[in-house]
Design a protein around this ligand. Structure first.
Ligand code: BGC
Length: 343
């Protein structure tokens, strides 16, 4: 079942709706037209009690004033592009350097602040679309974006990304949900597995150095479930620089989950599946308790973890990484599934 409700108005007067997707076990996913944002996910614990397992905001003002992309659809290029510069077929493009005037982070303020058009496809699927003009944020090509959210009876939320450009361009789309499977506190005691033998260490601007570093013997080894906080305080220059995990993991091939998270207290479990090559684990390191989140409660450090499925950061400048360039007229398609369960 999908129900549409008015959510609020942006500061510049745009009307925002919330679509609630609910299945027969009452799992509910709220999606806003603003930023094609997953605003809340109500999931049951092992006793059948529901909690909202997404960190974020309950008003449009919250999203506009305090957002660190909570729940948002992110593009055109999720994660960072060094110097906001890249070259396609000999033409250099300079895109927004919206992060400290140094890097382009999450494509600049476009997709995530746009009000997307919503179409209810059927009882379980919602399609959001947005057309980005040629040159938006400096990126080449007029691009038609579509993101389809489907909530299945097995409590899987499938996100299908589609983008087609009229010029050769780069595309990297993700969702920036901050999960907290307990629905409260910090996530350091929640467990995580990432099916990755390697990750991409970064420089001080969070741009990969090019090294593909094995996780073996490091705090970045999540191949077996471990509490997120177990090694986060290790004396590792990568962790110190980023105040925790804020890194791309190079996913192994295979049919199993790319990542699994588990909250031992509530029993809630999240499996992540994707056809993409990378996932950014971000542990909310820059949340510092100064911003009010849902119910006005402060967004504390490590209030949530993000598993942003993606191409590796700065791919447009790294020919040795799996490439994210799309030809004019050739659709980009990708799929990520978040499956909720208890154990
Ligand atoms: C980045 C973080 C950033 C966060 C919010 C993550 O994808 O890697 O460094 O703070 O997004 O913008």
């Amino acid at each position: 079942m999908i129900v549409k409700n008015y959510f609020g108005e942006t500061a510049d007067g745009r009307s925002v709706d919330c679509y609630s997707l609910k299945n027969s076990s009452e799992t509910t996913v709220d999606i806003l037209t603003y930023g094609a944002t997953i605003n809340s996910i109500y999931a049951a614990d092992r006793n059948g009690d529901f909690a909202d397992i997404l960190v974020g905001f309950d008003t449009i003002e919250g999203h506009e004033k305090y957002s660190d992309y909570e729940g948002m659809t992110v593009g055109r290029y999720a994660n960072r592009i060094a110097g906001g510069k890249f070259t396609i077929d000999g033409t250099e493009y300079q895109v927004e350097k919206n992060e400290k005037g140094i890097t382009c982070l999450h494509g600049g303020a476009e997709l995530s602040t746009a009000v997307w058009k919503a179409i209810i496809i059927d009882d379980s699927s919602l399609e959001m679309s947005y057309q980005s003009p040629d040159g938006a944020m400096g990126f080449p090509g007029k691009v038609d974006f579509k993101v389809t959210f489907t909530l299945f009876e097995d409590n899987s939320l499938k996100i299908d990304y589609y983008a087609v450009s009229d010029k050769k361009t780069v595309i990297n789309m993700t969702n920036h949900a901050y999960f907290n499977l307990a629905g409260k506190g910090d996530v350091l005691g929640q467990e995580l597995m990432i099916n990755a033998d390697a990750f991409t260490p970064t420089d001080e601007n969070s741009i990969p150095t090019g090294e593909i570093r094995p996780v073996e013997g490091t705090a970045f080894d999540f191949r077996k479930m471990k509490p997120i906080g177990r090694d986060i305080g290790e004396n590792d220059e990568q962790l110190i620089m980023c105040r925790g995990y804020d890194h791309n993991f190079c996913l192994n091939d295979g049919d199993g989950p790319a990542a699994t998270a588990y909250d031992p207290e509530s029993g809630r479990k999240l499996d992540v599946f994707t056809d993409l090559c990378g996932v950014q684990l971000y542990t909310g390191n820059f949340l510092d308790g100064t911003k009010p989140g849902k119910h006005g409660e402060p967004l504390i450090k490590h209030a949530g973890f993000c598993l942003e499925t993606q191409f590796y950061p700065n791919t447009p400048n790294m020919p040795e990484f799996p490439q994210c360039t799309v030809e004019a007229g050739k659709p980009f398609e990708s799929c990520t599934v978040f499956r909720f369960s208890v154990s």
